[in-house]
Design a protein around this ligand. Structure first.
Ligand SMILES: Nc1ncnc2c1ncn2[C@@H]1O[C@H](COP(=O)(O)OP(=O)(O)O)[C@@H](O)[C@H]1O
Ligand SMILES: O=P(O)(O)O[C@H]1O[C@H](CO)[C@@H](O[C@H]2O[C@H](CO)[C@@H](O)[C@H](O)[C@H]2O)[C@H](O)[C@H]1O
Length: 454
C-alpha cells in the first residue's frame, strides 16, 4: 500500500487510519484524498455549538485513487491535549491531537446540534443545513454503536423520560436524497409505527463539476434501547434449538403492512416491458460482477440465465418503493410494539439512483428469505449442512411467507419464479459483498446459489 500524504491541515496518518475503518470501501489500499470542503461544526453559521476546547469539523474528502472516485464524510475534532478514554479514536497528531469526531463526545454533540438546532453550516464551496422533524432533546453523553456497520451511528444519552436518540452519520456521501431519510420520513408521516420516529436530518451540498450536488450527511431518529436486532436473536434461537416460526410469521405480516404504506405514500410505476428489460439487464450485470469477484460462479452461467429469464417473464406487481436491503440485521422485535424496520438505505454496493427508483416489493421478501438461510449457515463451516439448522430455516421461511400473505401482501405462491430470481440475485450480490468484506462468509451465499439453481 502506498499513499500521498493527505492535504491541508489534516494529520499525515489520516489515509492509513481511513484504510482501517469498516466504512472505507477501498479495502486493500489506502485512499488518495482530495479535500472537497470542510464544514465547521464548532463556530459557524447562526448558532455556534459549544464544543469546549475541541474544534469540530466535518470534512468532505474524495478518494480519487478509487476506480470511481468516492466521496466520504469524515468528522474530526482537534484537541490541544490528549483526552483520556479516547485513545481508540485517535486519528493522529502529537499536539494538537486529532480524533474521530463521531467518537469524541464534543464532535458527536456538535453533529447532533447541527440537526436539531437546524443550524446552517458554511464551508468553502460546501454547506449544510439541519432540519428537525421531532422533539428537541438535551443530551448528556454519547457512544458509537458497536458492531458491523456500513456507516457510523452515535447513540446519545438523554435526560430521564426523554426520547433516546441515535444519529447515523453517512460515510459514503452521494448526490441525491438518501432513501433512509426519505422512506422513513414518508412511513412515519403515513402513520406507520413500524419505523423509529424520525427526529431530523442534515442535508449537505458541495461542488460537482460546474454544478452543485446535494445529499444527506446525517439522520437522527428515536433509539429503541435494549432490543437486539433479529440477526442476533435468530443466531441465539438456532443455538438453543428454539423455533422462530411465530416471530417469522409476525415479521411477514409487518413487512406486508409496510409495503402497503409505501405503495400508498410514495410514487409507484408500471411493471411494463421497459421496466422488465431494465431489471433483467441489472440482474445480468450483477451476475457478471459476481463472476468477476468469485470466478467459480462462471460454471453456472446457463442455469443462472434460465432462472433470471423465468423471473423476468413471470407475473409482476406494480413497482413501488421498498426497503431494498432487507435482512434480519435490519429488524427489531420491540416489546409492546412488535417488529420495527431499520435502515432503508438499500444495498450499499448499488448506485443511489437505482436504490431510489420504484422496485419489486418481492425484493424485500427474497432478502429476508436469504437471511434465514444465512442464519442457518453462520457459525461453523459445517453449519450450512446441519439438517436441524436447515429445517429451522425452512420453517422460518415458510412462516414468513405465510405471514406476508396474511398481512395483505401478494401471495408468494403465485410469485415462486420471481422470488427465485430475486433470491438468486441477492445471493450473487452477497457473494460480491462477502468476497470484499468478509471472505470467510463466502460459503454461505455460494451454498444459496447452488440451492437456488438445484
Ligand atoms: N433506531 C434504532 N434503535 C435501536 N437500534 C438501532 C436503531 N437504528 C439502528 N440500530 C442498530 O444499529 C444497527 C446498524 O444500523 P443500520 O441503520 O443498519 O446501519 P448501517 O446502514 O450503517 O448498516 C442495526 O442493526 C441495529 O442493531
Ligand atoms: O446492513 P448493511 O446495510 O450494511 O448491509 C450489508 O451488510 C450486511 C452484513 O452486515 C449484509 O447482509 C448479509 O449478512 C447478514 C448477516 O450479517 C445477513 O442477515 C443478510 O441476510 C446477508 O445478506 C448485506 O447483504 C449488505 O448489504
Amino acid at each position: 500500500m502506498s499513499a500521498a500524504p493527505p492535504p491541508g491541515p489534516l494529520p499525515a496518518t489520516l489515509s492509513t487510519w481511513m484504510a482501517r475503518q469498516r466504512w472505507y470501501t477501498g479495502k486493500g489500499r489506502e485512499p488518495r484524498l482530495e479535500v472537497v470542503g470542510a464544514l465547521s461544526l464548532s463556530a459557524t453559521g447562526d448558532a455556534p455549538a459549544s464544543t469546549g476546547d475541541a474544534e469540530a469539523t466535518s470534512w468532505l474528502l474524495r478518494d480519487v485513487g478509487a476506480p470511481a472516485p468516492v466521496l466520504y464524510q469524515v468528522p474530526l475534532t482537534v484537541r490541544p491535549a490528549p483526552v483520556p478514554g479516547l485513545e481508540h479514536a485517535l486519528v493522529g497528531g502529537a499536539g494538537p491531537f486529532v480524533y474521530d469526531g463521531c467518537h469524541d463526545p464534543a464532535g458527536a454533540a456538535a453533529l447532533l446540534s447541527a440537526v436539531v438546532e437546524e443550524r446552517t453550516l458554511d464551508g468553502t464551496g460546501v454547506g449544510a443545513r439541519g432540519h428537525r422533524t421531532g422533539a428537541a432533546t438535551t443530551v448528556t453523553g454519547s457512544r458509537v454503536l458497536r458492531g458491523e456497520q456500513s456507516n457510523t451511528s452515535i447513540i446519545f444519552d438523554v435526560a430521564d423520560g426523554a426520547t433516546p436518540v441515535i444519529l447515523k452519520v453517512f460515510r459514503v456521501v452521494q448526490a441525491g436524497h438518501n432513501p433512509d431519510v426519505e422512506v422513513q420520513e414518508a412511513l412515519a408521516a403515513g402513520g406507520s409505527t413500524r419505523v423509529p420516529r424520525p427526529l431530523g436530518d442534515l442535508l449537505g451540498w458541495w461542488p460537482d463539476g460546474a454544478a452543485r450536488a446535494e445529499g444527506h450527511l446525517a439522520f437522527a431518529q428515536e433509539f429503541l434501547p435494549g432490543v437486539q436486532d433479529a440477526w442476533r436473536v435468530a443466531l441465539q434461537a438456532l443455538e438453543h434449538g428454539t423455533d422462530f416460526a411465530d416471530r417469522a410469521r409476525a415479521l411477514g405480516e409487518a413487512t406486508a403492512e409496510v409495503h402497503a404504506v409505501l405503495a400508498r405514500t410514495l410514487p409507484t410505476a408500471d411493471a411494463d416491458a421497459h421496466a422488465r428489460a431494465a431489471m433483467l439487464t441489472g440482474w445480468r450485470r450483477r451476475y457478471a460482477a459476481a463472476r468477476e469477484a468469485v470466478p467459480a460462479l462462471a460454471a453456472h452461467a446457463d442455469a443462472v440465465e434460465a432462472v433470471l429469464r423465468a423471473g423476468a417473464a413471470a407475473p409482476w406487481p406494480a413497482l413501488q418503493r421498498v426497503h431494498g436491503d432487507y435482512h434480519l440485521g435490519q429488524v427489531l422485535d420491540v416489546p409492546g410494539r412488535g417488529w420495527v424496520l431499520l435502515d432503508f438505505e438499500g444495498e450499499p454496493l448499488r448506485p443511489l439512483a437505482e436504490r431510489t427508483a420504484p422496485d419489486l416489493p418481492q425484493r424485500d421478501v427474497a432478502g429476508m428469505l436469504r437471511s434465514f438461510d444465512y442464519a442457518a449457515g453462520a457459525g461453523a463451516v459445517t453449519a450450512a449442512a446441519d439438517p436441524a439448522r436447515q429445517s429451522w430455516a425452512g420453517r422460518a421461511r415458510l412462516a414468513f411467507l405465510d405471514g406476508y400473505r396474511a398481512g395483505g401482501g401478494r401471495d408468494p405462491q403465485a410469485d415462486a419464479e420471481l422470488l427465485r430470481a430475486l433470491e438468486l440475485d441477492k445471493a450473487l450480490y452477497e457473494a460480491v459483498y462477502e468476497a470484499r468484506n468478509r471472505p470467510d462468509w463466502l460459503p454461505i451465499p455460494l451454498a444459496g446459489v447452488t440451492r437456488l439453481l438445484g
